[in-house]
Ligand binder design. Sequence first.
Ligand code: APR
Length: 314
Amino acid sequence: MDSEIKTRKKVTVAGAGNVGTTTAQLIAEKDLADVVLIDIVDGIPRGKALDILEACPLWHSSAKVTGTNSYDDTADSDVVVITAGLARKPGMSRDDLLQANARIVTQVARDVAKTSPQAIIIVVTNPMDAMAHVVLQASGFPRNRVIGMGGVLDTARMRSFIALETNTHPGDIKAIVLGGHGDLMVPVPRLTMVGDKCITDILPETEIRQIIERTKNGGAEIVGLLKTGSAYYAPAASTVEMIEAMFGIKNEPLPCSVYLDGEYGINGVYVGVPVKLGPDGLQEIIEFDLAEDEKQALDASADAVRQLIKKLQV
Ligand code: APR
């Protein structure tokens, strides 16, 4: 009914592959929203959605989960997560996916703009920062409603490695990773805390350097082991963390890829920085002073994203 106040959120997940279905599963398990899974392949989104729906009674979740090949069924989504595209194979960098995934996310963004003109889009498809730029252009949405998922994942990876190394609960570890979601990401050890202690006070520099390298290599390490695809549990959980912040369930700032317009002295490019998310997507970019080497590393990372955008000529 038109007069009915809409309270139940609707999240569309474009791409019913590994990341997309795991994201849908987590949303349903947490009963955050109704979920629509959409894919170009016939049957798969409906089959996966049905399987997740049938698990909902066991999770005490009332989420309605459906699958489709038509954007009409995704209409008026509050959030659209784009995972559609190709995943990495061993030996491939995220950047190798550039042209093919740009074509795919362009089409998805256009369809989303038509059917869910007020949605917030979370871009997961790699190379993520460049794909967020493509989605911004193709959707015509303002920058607060097109946000990339990368920093939350990189930070989670770093926290998990620190937890292993220090035998601490990962919940007690705070870390921050800035920059693009690629080889030039910028972990910031001086702001990485284990309890109330800075990591630089409890681990030797060589071990911190190894953790940083493993974090930068986190995606490739998993691709190397899986051989036929890339990571999906932590990427999906990171995406859901962002959705929970948008829905007001969580309140902590998160490192996300956003289109910078002078913040951190960077212009016209998507890059990971700490932000506050809310019901309109990007609520606030949190700026803090960077040390000279951190600023240089962030600039280099932003430049690498710019180079990809140049190759795409968008
Ligand atoms: N519209 C909708 N879905 C599409 C489209 C499209 N135009 N093109 C491809 N897809 C679907 C594929 O059919 C497939 O089901 O996207 C899905 C991708 O799933 P996987 O191959 O399992 O890839 P996944 O591991 O989920 O990764 C997806 O996220 O983390 C990134 O690097 C990763 O770019 C990759 C993306």
